[in-house]
Design a protein around this ligand. Structure first.
Ligand code: SAH
Ligand code: SF4
Length: 455
């Protein structure tokens, strides 16, 4: 009740400040977890009678939800914040808020607060629920607010996401990460791993089904360790079992799975429930055991291959996708060749490849890195070529078959965008209903893209 009154007060204060129902623009950088956080922020702000707006110009409240995983992402954020300076001097009443992983790094929060004085609020997205009171506080104090440090995880539950109408609903099942891969900033900015109670997850999952979503993706940095530290006796396979037993026509996906924690039980559940997509995003990062050790990944290339074999035996038709880091400090040609061999052996459905980016505060940042950027870029291009070869072979082999696809968007009068079980996109002709499943006959692969017909 007091929260409701509080929200009413905040809503009136915002309306008085802007002279209208505030328009909010949220710009999301980075991963699906951030997309999901932004959806929750929008839900919260709509509860304060704010209206979503799709560009910074014309918005009253601008929120940047940032990513810290690679330097390039950070540079883009700074560039975008810099461009807002002119807007802010034209309309000083505008509120500019920066949250997300970037600001959880001390040096970045300091830089934002010192060198970008027109930023109004620097806040910790781990505490999404505090956003309304931060906006109110900013209006009262009329001075920039630094709320990046605090972290009260209880401020996350009970927030209703306002999904932006895409075809997929994200449902976070855990936050943070305890793995400390040596290159990765996520555990430093997102904090310790924390699972959500299954009843909250199930309620959110059912709500997404109720809203008409047919493709639901569970999110976590390492979903395979779901359940640790909870009072209830549940693990990830158990959670999947509960969700996949729910009524309705839907596809259930999840990411990300750390190979070291993928279990036989997980693959058994995937094999047993047709509603779980027979696909797993299983980031390998490198095929070299020496590099995997330096990365602190805690599996070997052989262990990884064994895991994929076990999965193939238990989940009929399973496909894999993966993340690869190229040019980790000290990566030699031999190390890189081992990665290429692994890629050829597993034959991933898709790959997300990144050039190593040095992240302050991580152990890898102190490792000698004498490979030229040019060499790293060439290695990346080599992977992309090999992966395209593999993808072409795999997808050409599908031509002539009939597959279930979710129709996700209308592209033309009789043309749609669809998604296959492995998340691969397909152009579909015929008559379909956006948001529903269809049977698609795969006709060809042209310009690196599958083309099919709804039958
Ligand atoms: N929790 C997930 C990954 C989260 S980050 C997992 O462990 O698989 C997504 C991907 O970004 C990682 O899989 C990795 O490939 C890449 N990445 C993370 N830190 C990076 C860095 N410092 N440089 C380059 N790529 C990085
Ligand atoms: Fe980063 Fe490793 Fe955690 Fe993934 S598992 S978020 S790569 S530390």
């Amino acid at each position: 009740m007091s929260q409701e009154r509080n929200n009413r007060e905040i809503s009136s204060a915002l309306r008085a400040h802007f002279g209208r129902a505030p328009r909010v623009f949220i710009r999301t950088f980075g991963c699906q977890q951030n997309v999901s956080d932004s959806e929750r922020m929008l839900g919260l702000l709509e509860g304060l009678d704010c209206e979503a707006c799709c560009e910074a110009e014309g918005a009253d409240i601008i929120i940047f939800n940032t990513c810290a995983v690679r330097e390039h992402a950070e540079d883009r954020v700074f560039g975008n914040i810099g461009r807002l300076k002119a807007l802010k001097s034209e309309r000083p009443e505008l509120l500019l808020c920066v949250g997300g992983c970037m600001v959880q790094q001390e040096h970045i929060a300091k830089k934002l607060l010192e060198s970008y004085p027109y930023v109004d609020i620097v806040f910790n997205t781990n505490e999404l629920g505090r956003l309304p009171s931060l906006l109110a506080e900013r209006l009262e104090k009329n001075t920039p607010l630094d709320a990046h440090g605090c972290c009260d995880w209880s401020m996350r539950e009970g927030l209703k996401p306002r999904r932006e109408g895409g075809f997929r609903a994200f449902v976070p099942i855990m936050y943070g990460c305890d793995n400390f891969c040596s290159y990765c900033v996520v555990p430093l900015v997102r904090g310790r791993e924390r699972s959500r109670n299954s009843e909250h997850i199930i309620a959110e999952f059912k709500a997404a089904l109720g809203e008409g979503y047919r493709d639901i993706m569970l999110l976590g940095q390492n979903v395979n360790s779901y359940g640790k530290g909870l009072d209830e006796d549940i693990n990830f396979a158990g959670l999947l079992r509960k969700l996949a037993s729910l009524e309705g026509d839907f596809t259930l996906r999840f990411m990300t799975s750390h190979p070291k924690d993928a279990t036989r039980e997980l693959f058994e559940v995937m094999g047993a429930f047709p509603k779980i997509a027979p696909h797993i995003h299983l980031p390998v990062q490198s095929g070299s055991d020496r590099i995997l050790r330096l990365m602190n990944r805690r599996y070997s290339s052989e262990g990884y291959l064994r895991l994929t074999e076990e999965a193939r035996a238990l989940v009929p038709g399973i496909t894999f996708s993966s993340d690869i880091i190229v040019g980790f400090p000290g990566e030699t040609r031999e190390d890189f060749d081992a990665t290429l061999r692994l890629i050829r052996e597993v034959r991933f459905a898709s790959l997300f490849t990144f050039i190593y980016s040095k992240r302050e505060g991580t152990p890898a940042a102190k490792m000698p890195d004498d490979t030229a950027h040019k060499t790293k870029a060439r290695r990346l291009a080599e992977i992309l070529d090999i992966q395209e070869e593999i993808a072409a072979e795999r997808e050409n082999a599908l031509v002539g078959s009939v597959q279930r696809a979710l129709v996700v968007e209308r592209l033309g009068e009789v043309l749609y965008e669809g998604r296959l079980w492995d998340n691969n996109s397909i152009a579909l002709e015929g008559s379909g209903a956006v948001g529903e499943f269809a049977q698609a006959e795969i006709l060809s692969r042209t310009k690196k893209r599958l083309f099919g017909r709804i039958v």
